[in-house]
Write a protein that binds this ligand. Structure first.
Ligand code: ADP
Ligand code: ZN
Length: 218
């Protein structure tokens, strides 16, 4: 099963993708996580990406597309994958079609996570993530058992540098301008499966699994 997960920043894409990854043995490809790992390791890609990420802007398509094409060529993607945070522009979506066409494959479904904007702003500022495994927490709604320590792997749990109020506003704007049109793009192909994450991530997951079932994918 080859999936894309779309949603505004802080909508819960990562949380949903992590559950699906475990349950259906999919490779989880998060472009945000790949960029953050490169930033942490001080690679040239990381240095370039940081200048955009800190402003809430998108990393240029050429850089991002090359990185994803390389990732999709790795062996762990053979049993299916979930693309989290990619594509984010129409040009990226078209490039993805071309990359997949080379191996005669295509995307099976596009999960659209819907959350009210006010809820997003509220959630992102209290979000924390594990530096090591990427697990997501929230100091108000889903705290770690021990402060600053990941329940899953014992890694350090921190606030992302781009989870400040100003950057979130810029990221939401970028989302509406560049990424939201992709919902139409995939809707026309009948690929969209929607989950509403205003309330609980369990509800959201349930809606998504029902959608995947009705498409005969699970
Ligand atoms: P969120 O969805 O919460 O904003 P991500 O971890 O997916 O977080 O992305 C963080 C940042 O990384 C984005 O704001 C953007 O700057 C950059 N980024 C991630 N994926 C892409 C992409 N496909 N194209 C361009 N930039 C990207
Ligand atoms: Zn962890």
């Amino acid at each position: 099963m080859k999936l894309i997960i779309l949603g505004a920043p802080g909508s819960g894409k990562g949380t949903t993708a992590t559950v699906l990854r475990e349950k259906y043995s999919l490779a989880h490809i998060s472009t945000g996580d790949i960029f953050r790992a490169n930033i942490k390791n001080g690679t040239p890609l990381g240095v370039e990406a940081k200048s955009y990420i800190d402003k809430g802007a998108l990393v240029p398509d050429s850089v991002t597309i090359r990185m994803v094409e390389d990732r999709l060529s790795q062996d762990d993607t053979k049993n299916g994958y979930i693309l989290d945070g990619f594509p984010r522009t129409l040009a990226q979506a078209q490039a993805l079609d071309e990359i997949l066409a080379k191996s005669g494959s295509s995307i099976d479904a596009v999960l659209s996570i819907v959350v009210d904007d006010e809820i997003i702003k509220d959630r992102v500022s209290s979000r924390r993530v594990c530096e090591k495994c990427g697990a997501s927490y929230n100091v108000r709604f889903k705290p770690t058992k021990v402060e600053g320590v990941c329940d899953e792997c014992g890694g350090k749990v921190v606030q992302r540098a781009d989870d400040t109020a100003e950057t979130v506003a810029a990221r939401l704007e970028t989302y509406y301008k560049n990424t939201k049109p992709l919902i139409d793009f995939y809707e026309k192909r009948g690929l969209i499966v929607e989950g509403n994450n205003d309330k609980s991530s369990e509800d959201c997951l349930k809606q998504i699994e029902e959608g995947l079932k009705s498409k005969g994918l699970i």
